[in-house]
Write a protein that binds this ligand. Structure first.
Ligand code: NAG
Ligand code: NAG
Ligand code: NAG
Ligand code: NAG
Ligand code: NAG
Ligand code: NAG
Ligand code: NAG
Length: 684
């Protein structure tokens, strides 16, 4: 078992250890002997209290006899995380050793400076944290350096790092100055370089599988631990563009859907390559679990990375706005180094921490002390724009955000069991989840599910983002083609969202910029995405957040596991009692409970429903028997503590620094022999 850091903090000698660590940092200079000395007093970084921490995560062991499949996933996640932490290194020598073991090369020149920087910033050093960097840069080892540099210089958004700072910025997108700030934090230790940036929401590089296979093979053949005597510790110099340099035009393709180009990145025998192209998105989506088996266990996501891959999931082409009609699409098949904030597993961008994570406004991040778990309401919230792409009358039914909001709307389940012309909860393939509401209720399925959903869900669009818009916002938030299903709902800011225990997070046009805030909130993030980000190799699904399949069919099982379920009919008094017993003393008295009745599904009754919210949305606080509230709390608080330790702005800088050292090496004409080997040169 992991020793919990709160217990360790109580140990009398921990204060002494921290003092020694501080001494180690102060004493630390360019002399390697000092590093060696500091490493003697190795202090796990988790001894250092994280700011904003108030409430400890529960330590209760996972119930041994609980047969629910989610318990096994939680147990597995605990194990995976322990394994992860056991790989933490505490001195430069061990970090370099782990590097060689894992990467098959010497660390890049400047590695010792980087390590010093990471240590001084209290970064947790686990070599696996940087896996994404190697995934992203590997194929570039197969390309010609001059040719890559020409492609970079031909791009319309470029940073030039010269003499230890970002010397010029080409392109005026508002992310550019934020990224420049991030790079400038570490630029004094970087060699000169040019960086091409993707400032579109959507990722762009889709290199066909056959080409990529070749690049990865070339890299693999060349990868080796060069003899120490041959190694050069320092880049060989940077070449400016020739005067009058005119870049070749890059073959961007703006046609939509982009699915055929995305699928071309998958192996020839993959489902994605074999499936027919979907061009009609006007019908309700067919939600099936036919393609989820490789990444799920008993219906729940058990391989999160794989769940973001499209290669075995051809149905995703009709279930996500990115593939139906992106706000912008401009993709290319030719590999070159292009930095961006997010990408699907099949893209070839190099990931940097997103500008909105580094310096976002209050839509993306807030600094507020976390609300203790018991003061949060047992409810689920989601608010957002109907984005995800350009939703139109003949394609919105495939959009992921519309699906989420509809699938969680209990009133819709109750009123339109088989006639929503969109998602009918009764006909969803939910058998595998063995839901109480589904199998054991004395009510019809749709009614049982609808009442249960209405007891904890506060989900809605604050803008239906109609295309074309009916009027400019703030008036034109409605939409003629789907306002029988969706009503623009009141805005809920991040601080208000943190008052709910459950925070659903799904993609927008690409990744969701709120995710880091959710992880820090002390509430439980439930996350479905197709997009990869810089932090993915440092988060463990089911340990720090709850992963959700991109079809969202598992949301009911996830919520039933954490919240529990009681049949409203078998306990007729329950509704009334619930509102009395669980009323928040600080809230105004709730209105009397009122379940919607079942009017005929006519246009008129739909109009009447336009302003129906879930009953008493602002007083939702559902508490049922057989819940796993304590486990929800465990994940929420462990996620919060981990985010406070490894998702700090300092961690983004440490990541960027390591990434750009590697980038400088792969762009160097002498890259094969560049490396840091001082630890092997007999100086220890
Ligand atoms: C690192 O941790 C020490 C001890 O808690 C603290 O004094 C110092 O300010 C921290 N430095 C950074 C950059 O976080
Ligand atoms: C753009 O992509 C589409 C498939 O998505 C393809 O049919 C078309 O030929 C491509 N255009 C160019 C110029 O490559
Ligand atoms: C799922 O598989 C079944 C059985 O092979 C098939 O009948 C059904 O059409 C498939 N559904 C989808 C959406 O592919
Ligand atoms: C997840 O799936 C990938 C691809 O199939 C595989 O390489 C990896 O080992 C799997 N991870 C786990 C934890 O099962
Ligand atoms: C709706 O459809 C399901 C099958 O998909 C059926 O079992 C159910 O009886 C139908 N409900 C109503 C109210 O027609
Ligand atoms: C929930 O569904 C009902 C019925 O379709 C609809 O009138 C209402 O606007 C929906 N609620 C939200 C918040 O979209
Ligand atoms: C929610 O209900 C529980 C009772 O199960 C109560 O202890 C808690 O204080 C309530 N939370 C709020 C914020 O009202």
């Amino acid at each position: 078992m992991l020793l919990d850091h709160r217990i360790l903090r109580l140990l009398p000698f921990s204060a002494c250890l921290i003092t020694l660590l501080l001494l180690g940092i102060t004493l630390y200079g360019p002399d390697v002997h000092t590093i060696h000395l500091a490493s003697l007093f190795f202090v796990p970084s988790w001894l250092i209290p994280s700011p904003g921490e108030n409430e400890p995560a529960p330590l209760d062991p996972l119930p041994a006899s609980d047969p629910h499949p989610i318990i096994a996933l939680l147990r597995n996640a605990d194990r995976q995380f322990e394994d992860f932490l056991s790989k933490e290194t505490f001195d430069l020598r061990a970090a370099a050793e782990r590097y060689r073991e894992k990467r098959g090369r010497h660390p890049p020149p400047g590695f010792d400076r980087w390590w010093e920087y990471a240590r001084a910033n209290n970064a947790t050093i686990v070599e696996e944290f940087w896996d994404q960097i190697y995934h992203d840069l590997t194929p570039l080892w197969a390309l010609d350096q001059r040719e890559m540099l020409n492609d970079v210089r031909g791009h319309n958004r470029v940073f030039r790092v010269r003499n230890g700072k970002v010397d010029s910025i080409e392109g005026d997108h508002f992310w550019m100055p934020i990224w420049a700030d991030l790079i400038n934090e570490v630029a004094e230790w970087l060699p000169d370089m040019d960086l091409a940036m993707n400032t579109m929401d959507e990722p762009r590089l889709l290199v066909p599988w056959e080409d990529m296979k070749g690049y990865v093979e070339v890299e693999g053949r060349g990868r080796r631990l060069v003899d120490v005597k041959e190694v050069k510790n320092g880049v060989s110099g940077f070449t400016e563009a020739e005067p009058g340099f005119v870049p070749e035009e890059y073959p961007w393709n703006g046609s939509q859907p982009i699915w055929p180009r995305a699928a071309s990145v998958c192996p020839p025998d993959s489902e994605a390559r074999k499936a027919p192209l979907q061009t009609d998105f006007s019908q309700p989506p067919i939600l099936s679990t036919n393609y989820t088996l490789p990444h799920t266990t008993a219906g729940y996501v058990s391989n999160y990375t794989l769940s973001t891959s499209i290669c075995h999931q051809p149905d995703i082409q009709g279930l996500h706005g990115f593939f139906i009609e992106g706000i912008s699409a401009s993709t290319g098949p030719k590999l070159f180094p292009l930095f961006g904030s997010s990408k699907i597993l099949q893209n070839s961008e190099i990931l940097l921490p997103a500008a909105m994570y580094y310096k976002g406004d209050s839509r993306f991040t807030i600094e507020a002390p976390t609300i203790p778990w018991a003061q949060k309401t047992s409810s689920l919230v989601w608010r957002g724009l109907a984005s995800g792409g350009r939703n139109k009358e003949d394609n919105w039914k495939g959009f992921h955000r519309h699906r989420l909001v509809s699938m969680l709307n209990g009133t819709q389940a109750i009123l339109m069991p088989n006639s929503s012309n969109f998602i009918d909860i009764e006909s969803l393939p939910l058998e595998d989840f063995h839901l109480e509401s589904w199998e054991k209720s004395s009510l019809p399925k749709n009614e049982a599910m609808g009442k249960w959903l209405n007891s904890f869900v506060d989900v809605g669009f604050n803008d239906l983002a109609c295309f074309p818009r009916e009027a400019q916002p703030p008036d034109g938030l409605t939409c003629f083609y789907n306002d029988y299903l969706f009503t623009p709902s009141s805005h809920v800011n991040l601080e208000e969202q943190h008052q709910h225990k459950y925070l659903v997070d799904v993609d927008g046009n690409s990744f969701s910029g709120r995710y880091r805030d959710f992880l820090r909130s002390g509430s439980l993030p439930i996350k479905a995405t197709l997009f990869r980000e810089w932090h993915d190799s440092r988060l463990v699904a089911w340990k720090h957040f709850v992963p959700m399949d991109n079809r969202f069919l598992d949301i009911y099982g996830i919520m039933e596991f954490f919240l529990g379920y009681e049949d409203p009919v078998s306990t007729p008094q329950k509704e009334d009692e619930k509102y009395e017993t669980f009323a928040n003393p600080h809230a105004p008295p709730p209105p009397p409970p009122q379940e919607p009745t079942l009017p005929p599904n006519t246009a008129e009754s739909r109009r009447h429903l336009l302003n129906t919210r879930a009953p008493h949305a602002e007083h939702l606080n559902a508490t049922y028997a057989h819940n796993h509230d304590q486990l929800a709390k465990k994940i929420a608080l462990e996620g919060r503590d981990w985010a406070a330790r490894v998702l700090r702005v300092e961690d983004m800088r440490v990541y960027t620094y390591r990434l750009l050292l590697e980038y400088a090496r792969v762009m160097d004409p002498e890259r094969e022999v560049l490396g840091w080997v001082e630890d092997l040169g007999g100086r220890w």
